[in-house]
Design a protein around this ligand. Structure first.
Ligand code: GLU
Length: 305
């Protein structure tokens, strides 16, 4: 077996010059005071072996990483959502851009930009009896962890400045692509973004995508093999903002980032890797996190290409 601990120790040394660089997501007041010199990385193999380095015990706001989870709930039993309400192409625009949405009649380019995630949340809101409770229950079930929770301080902090998300959802409502009340959709979206995890918990939560749709711990199927493939494909092509080509080029794995500084990446059939460092590059991806993943697939020789 590869010496993953040795590999991530070496990466930790090499990314040191990047720590403290980049900008934290200060447009959300509750995230503005995060320490950009923090860094954690966890690698989890499908047999449960786990390797970690850095601030592995720290919990952080998963933010857009949650978009993969809401999408999973929505396409679990049907492909219709991605045929009718949301596209599958990289946007080539910032994650919270309004411009393309009007040109394209309120149909978001993909489910991982904010407009796409808001439509996904709207669909989830329609599907669940109690969206707040049922989404959390879903996340707790797939991660086998009942402690996972929303952070209401972060969700209300984001709501207090969420004018752009409100614009996106209102614009889509005007195009008849939002079924539920806009305030409810926004509230549900801010809640899902505010969920906190540490890197190991992220690996636990996402390893059903590494394991072709099945939870490796319980053997329970979360989603079909085909849909796990499609979610991974969307992560590769749309998961890291408007830098997705650069990340695919450098890292070569399906990945989803969030403005909290976390990134999850999948080596299908082999391992799940999560990194966290709150200093973001200009496109919104964790600066040290992307570098760490780039070094990881180079040293472990395990990109999908
Ligand atoms: N809640 C954040 C927002 O809507 C998520 C952004 C992100 O992580 O990409 O701005």
């Amino acid at each position: 077996m590869k010496d993953y601990q040795e590999i991530i120790n070496r990466i930790f040394e090499e990314i040191q010059p990047l720590l403290g660089k980049g900008n934290v997501a200060d447009y959300i007041p509750a995230l503005a005071k995060k320490d950009s010199s923090k860094f954690a990385m966890v690698v989890k193999l499908l047999d449960g072996k786990t390797f970690g380095i850095g601030d592995v015990d720290e919990y952080f706001s998963i933010q857009s990483i949650s978009k993969v989870l809401s999408l999973t709930t929505v396409i679990r039993d049907t492909d219709d959502f991605l045929k009718t309400r949301c596209g599958k192409e990289p946007s080539g625009t910032p994650f919270n851009s309004l411009i393309q949405l009007e040109y394209e009649n309120g149909i978001p380019r993909n489910p991982f930009i904010n407009s796409g995630a808001l439509v996904t949340t709207d669909q989830m809101y329609s599907n669940f009896d109690n969206p707040k409770r049922d989404f959390l229950k879903f996340v707790r079930t797939i991660s086998n962890n009942n402690e996972i929770d929303y952070n209401h301080k972060i969700s209300s902090s984001e709501a207090s400045v969420g004018f752009r998300n409100a614009s996106l959802v209102n614009l889509m409502k005007d195009y008849n692509n939002i079924d539920n009340p806009v305030d409810e959709v926004l509230k549900t979206y801010y809640n899902q973004c505010s969920i906190e995890m540490n890197c190991e918990l992220i690996c636990d939560t996402f390893e059903f995508l590494t394991n072709h749709g099945k939870n490796p711990k319980t053997g329970k199927r979360i989603i079909s093999i085909g849909r796990a493939k499609r979610i991974n494909a969307l992560m590769l092509t749309c998961g890291t903002y408007d830098a997705v080509g650069d990340v695919a080029y450098r890292v070569g794995l399906p990945a989803k980032s969030g403005v909290g500084g976390g990134i999850v990446a999948i080596v299908p059939g082999v391992l799940t890797v999560a990194v966290w460092s709150p200093g973001l590059d200009k496109k919104g991806n964790s600066l040290a996190g992307v570098k760490a993943l780039e070094l990881f697939t180079s040293y472990a020789e395990n990109s999908i290409f």
